[in-house]
Design a protein around this ligand. Structure first.
Ligand code: UDP
Length: 384
């Protein structure tokens, strides 16, 4: 008899595992509490402008992972796209990530690469040997002036915390370059799905044996009806929040439409306190191969995620790590459930990492089933 698997969540984690297991002959039921698939990557055309909207804010696919890149390309055409971010601070516009043009314009210099590198080494705080916090990382590698202009205020707006309270890993997402390359990402592959992310996820789920239930919350008590459950919802929700709610940041978007070109770029960050929002995204610029008379923009505001809100960014300070550890210990006592993805493991994950981890999770499940062993609660350690 075919084995039945439940997958909770129809974002990339759930869709990838569903796809792999359906191809391996499993019956797969996917439960999605929202009215659409693709999680926070969901994209749809705006009725008024016909622009492809990144409904939950900008998602640019970038990766060094061959498997994730090859996999996503099976489900839709990825168009060449390079994310080039502009940043406003103290009444001036610069390019991010910090590169030779940013350094030269900011300090009114005409440095060549080696000169800029020596200058940055000079202004960096060398007394910080092993940066642990966001602030230490910034002060060590870009110095106080650039830190205050580009990172300090933006980070306070984004996280509602002082950069001294946040881990260095958040800043390590952004490179510093001593040439004029203003590509926001360092990865080998970068692209934007021609028809949006949702049709990609739709295609992943379009395999015989997969049934998708939208607007349906999965009750953990129903887990006994399945041979295994893959859970990509919030880990604390599975346990009824018995150890308290794990905190997240959520985003609010103030949406406006106009004609023509509003800002001349897809993403412009506002790094100072001139606005409460962190960035402005003009969605038609995410699809430069399309032509649109009209335009639609999002002003992005970050705040603490309340019970009814959509969780975006997990906040992982020491306190939350201790709370997460309690949930991880509870999860390890469960049988026939595997926790995965951004919400299931409470980690700040990019799309490519999510896809790759889901592929690894599916591999592990199929191997374990063959060996007739027990599937672990975590294939990827949330505390690592
Ligand atoms: N950041 C900043 N200023 C910027 C852009 C980013 O201080 O102009 C910091 C901020 O703390 C942010 C982190 O760097 O949360 C990571 O930025 P990224 O652009 O990768 O964030 P995402 O697009 O995932 O929100």
């Amino acid at each position: 008899m075919k084995k039945n698997v439940a997958i909770v969540g129809a974002g990339f984690s759930g869709a990838v595992v569903a796809n792999q297991l359906a191809h391996a002959g499993y019956n797969v039921e996917v439960f999605e509490s929202r009215s659409h698939i693709a999680g926070n990557c969901h994209s749809e055309r705006d009725a008024e402008t016909n622009v492809m909207l990144h409904v939950y804010g900008p998602h640019i696919f970038h990766t060094d992972n061959e498997r994730a890149w090859e996999f996503i390309n099976r489900f839709g055409e990825m168009m060449p796209y390079v994310n080039r971010v502009k940043a406003i601070t103290n009444g001036r516009v610069f390019t991010l990530p910090i590169n030779l043009l940013t350094i030269n314009q900011f300090f009114n210099k005409t440095f060549r690469p080696a000169e800029a590198e020596a200058f940055m080494a000079e202004i960096g705080d060398k007394t910080i040997e092993n940066p642990q916090t966001f602030e230490e990382q910034a002060l060590r590698f870009v110095g106080r002036e650039l830190y205050e202009a580009f990172f300090k205020t933006y980070t306070i707006k984004q996280w509602g915390l002082q950069p001294s309270e946040l881990p260095a890993s958040i800043l390590k997402r952004l490179p510093v370059r001593f040439n004029y390359d203003d590509n926001y990402f360092n990865h080998k592959y970068q692209g934007m799905p021609k028809d949006g992310y949702t049709v990609i996820v739709e295609k992943m789920l379009d395999v015989p044996g997969i049934q998708v239930h939208l607007n349906t919350r999965f009750d953990p008590n129903a887990k006994g009806d399945y041979d295994h459950v893959f859970y990509s919802g919030p880990i604390d929700a599975w346990f009824g929040h018995t150890e308290g709610r794990l905190p997240y940041r959520t985003l609010d978007f103030e949406v406006f439409r106009d004609t023509g070109d509003y800002q001349g770029n897809a993403v412009i960050n506002v790094c100072d306190n001139s606005q409460r929002y962190t960035r402005v995204t003009e969605h038609k610029h995410f699809a430069p191969w399309e032509k649109h008379e009209k335009t639609i923009c999002y002003l992005e505001y970050s705040r603490q995620c309340e019970e009814k809100d959509t969780p975006y960014y997990p906040i992982r300070q020491a306190r939350e790590k201790a709370q997460l550890e309690k949930y991880v210990n509870l999860a390890k006592q469960e049988t026939n459930v595997t926790f995965m993805g951004r919400l299931g493991t409470y980690r700040y994950l990019d799309m490519d990492v999510t896809i790759n981890e889901a592929l690894i999770t599916a591999d592990k499940f199929l191997e374990t089933a063959q060996a007739k062993g027990a599937m672990p609660a975590f294939v990827i350690d949330p505390l690592a």
